[in-house]
Design a protein around this ligand. Structure first.
Ligand code: PDD
Length: 290
């Protein structure tokens, strides 16, 4: 099988030809940031917003962005020429390759840029219709969850808790408050009102989270951004996950107990349809430039 085409430091090449130094700070320290952008039939969903968040992540870790948003969009378009259909684009930028291992931030390094594509795996019809199981756990990650950092050990260990339980996600609680899940944001619904935890350093501000808040406003759904307690999570009528790959997905059991009726609720179905409608507007947009 031929290796898929990837982007490495300005060049397109087969993925299996990409060679990264073991001294790269991404390898040694997890010193890098990343993005995952969903692409539907060649059209990026909120590509600019993803690259704007990449900029914010880089600002937070004092990493010089090697490209403008327009340049990132153009580089992604070039890569997507080799990857038709529905794709996830993965973009990673690390601080680069210093001469030696030293925690202190080195000056003047050229960042390492890596991009690859793989087929976008959105939820199955069965998952959309029946929802998924989740478990909860204490949020043991660090205090800078708003940075989309490649240092994902906390998230990986959190996700494994649900994998071991045969569940789709681990929903995280910090000091009795809902934060997010290991690789998604979380929404709750009570008496028809949607609530999402605040946009602070305890969550990654998802591009999908942001899109859902906009779609709620346009679709006249009531949505509040406010702290959500563990008790409110456990007594919610509906719980949803959101991410670039999960889109919006209903959680129908939490720690083995049914959420609300145990089926995806009416507010979820409305939001899911608003999201699918939004995706269909992409088909009318110019390829890649959406
Ligand atoms: N994860 N919170 C965390 C911790 C995440 O890792 C993600 C996304 C989200 C949702 O963000 P967005 O809506 O922008 O995808 C929230 C990606 C998909 C990943 O790491 O694969």
């Amino acid at each position: 099988m031929t290796s898929p085409i990837a982007h490495f430091n300005g060049e397109l090449m087969p993925l299996d030809k990409v060679a990264i130094s073991p001294l790269d700070r991404g390898f040694i320290f997890g010193d890098g940031v990343y993005e995952v952008i969903p692409v539907y039939e060649g059209r990026m969903l909120r590509g600019r917003e993803h690259f704007e968040r990449l900029q914010r992540s880089m600002d937070e870790i004092r990493l010089m962005n090697p490209h403008t948003v327009d340049e990132w969009m153009a580089l992604t378009a070039k890569l997507l020429e080799h990857h038709p259909g529905n794709q996830s684009v993965y973009i990673q930028v690390t601080r680069g390759v210093p001469p030696k291992r030293d925690h202190v931030l080195p000056q003047g390094l050229t960042p390492t840029v890596f991009m690859m594509c793989y087929p976008l795996a959105t939820p199955s019809r069965e998952q959309v219709e029946n929802g998924v199981a989740c478990v909860t756990h204490r949020d043991f990650r660090w205090e800078k969850c708003h940075i989309k950092s490649t240092s994902l050990l906390g998230n990986v260990l959190a996700r494994q808790i649900s994998a071991d339980a045969g569940a789709a996600e681990t929903i995280l609680l910090r000091d009795g408050m809902l934060t997010e899940a290991s690789a998604s944001n979380v929404f709750v619904v009570k008496d028809g009102v949607v609530a999402a935890p605040p946009r602070d350093n305890h969550i990654l501000l998802g591009i999908t989270y942001d899109l859902l808040t906009r779609l709620a406003a346009e679709g006249s759904l009531k949505l509040e951004i406010r702290p959500v307690s563990e008790a409110q999570l456990r007594s919610a009528d509906e719980v949803w996950l959101s991410s670039s790959t999960k889109e919006v997905l209903a959680v129908t059991t939490l720690d083995g107990k049914p959420v609300g009726s145990g089926k995806p609720g009416p507010v979820f179905r409305r939001m899911h349809s608003l999201y699918q409608d939004y995706k269909s507007t992409l088909r009318k947009a110019r390829p890649v430039a959406a």
